[in-house]
Design a protein around this ligand. Sequence first.
Ligand SMILES: Nc1ncnc2c1ncn2[C@@H]1O[C@H](COP(=O)(O)OP(=O)(O)O)[C@@H](O)[C@H]1O
Ligand SMILES: [Mg+2]
Length: 510
Amino acid sequence: MSDLPSADTVLTVADLRKAFGATQALAGAALTLKAGEAHVLLGENGSGKSTLAKIVAGIHRADTGDIAIGGVRVRIVDARHARELGIAIVFQELSLAPDLSVADNLFLGREQAAFPFAVIDRGRERLACDEALARLDFAIDLARPVRALAIAEKQLVEVAKALLQKPRILILDEPTATLSEREKSHLFAVVRRLRDEGVAILYITHHLREVAEIGDRVSVMRDGVVVTTRDVTKALTEHRLLELLTGRQVAAEVVRSRPPPAAALLEVHDLAVGQCRGASLNVGPGEIVGLYGVVGCGREDLARAVVGIARPLRGRLVWRGRDFRPRSPTGARKAGIGYLPADRKDAGILAVRPVRENLNLANLAAFAWAGVIAPARERPPTLARLAELGVRFRSSEDPIAALSGGNQQKVLFGRAVGPAPALIVMEDPTAGVDMGAKLELYRHIRRWAEDGFGFLWLSSDLVETLSLCHRVYAMYAGRTVAEFTDPSLADENALLAAVLGRADGPRSAA
Ligand SMILES: Nc1ncnc2c1ncn2[C@@H]1O[C@H](COP(=O)(O)OP(=O)(O)O)[C@@H](O)[C@H]1O
Ligand SMILES: [Mg+2]
């Protein structure tokens, strides 16, 4: 068992709990950290990683739980106490004083706190600074104000500041967010060297890729608890980690439900509209097709043309083998194309109207008689539909605003799918939705795909795109530049390179 305390255990955290108001950030988290290991703490946003780190670093107090350093139980009272215990932290959010110089920042709150009456020896300070920066392979003018530095430079100054403490335990909270590949590999080299010198390192990240890059062990956090701690080995694949991270089976469900090749439902040929300058793709029945790209790549304009909101300047849309020019979302819907736009607030949600109306908005004709809506006719199929969608609600007559964000999204999702359409265009349907509701949406999407619906999926979540979609197109500067026909998380780097315009193109676009 890799998570039992042993002689080289420097930090033991047991049953840590912490609530912020109604939010239970930590719900009994446990962790051990050994001397000379790089231990990755992996978890999605909001899973409680920073809270755990801040408690160990004396920034927050736990509500309950135990912390032991070197086998001795301690009550860490504040940040200074944590420093005295040999704990250094690099925060996720930067904490430097912008108007002070790099040198002053490096020493801020250090010597003075430890020896309040000591005469500060500037010469020795400088030497120590130079040494810490040299360890990071980081040349920088110590006299410059921090304000004038690039974000990546600030991040490295933070790391240097932690190193100056010569810590026994070093916590790095998502330190690579702002770093380039080169800066990141420097940082990783430093982390490895410190580890080899016996420092215990807790490396916090939500990037699966970094586990194998830097970790000796990995602990996976979910909903405020550490669900497992593993040795990092070849057998611990990114797919397995993703399953641990999300608590669901990922690859098997998606890959095995792959539809047989069939004539495309939708074909897009060399389409130019808005920022989209020449994109081609197709979506078949039963296929979940991802369209991935950065802001401004033109994918939203493409989607809008497909659902009849934007007029193409050039190119062809083909729907079920015939040229197609939808004039409005209603027109597209009649042809069988549903649309779920990105922002719930803009999605035509009627906050104060009943859940029932919001669900059936696109389909009122079916329930109206002589133009008058008859709630009595509408109600039984509505209740069945809401149950099918897994919406949690008290009454279908409650205003939709009374539902949680995830449940609102399920209603809008049901509306987009409607009773008839064959293709659904979705923009970030899972953004801002809690994990439970997200998993339910995935389940529904897969089921509808198995029933023959096609999906054009615009997500800004790379992991979601690569794990949910049967095929993924990368879009860059208005063009589809690459197609991944059997995507997996292993394609993360290639897809990123493609959407940033750095691809030699692993596979070229259709
Ligand atoms: N100071 C705070 N006040 C209120 N809620 C907080 C605070 N810090 C964290 N939280 C909440 O606690 C949960 C865990 O947050 P955090 O530890 O920052 O997660 P992570 O670092 O894994 O993204 C989140 O729901 C977050 O919104
Ligand atoms: Mg965090």
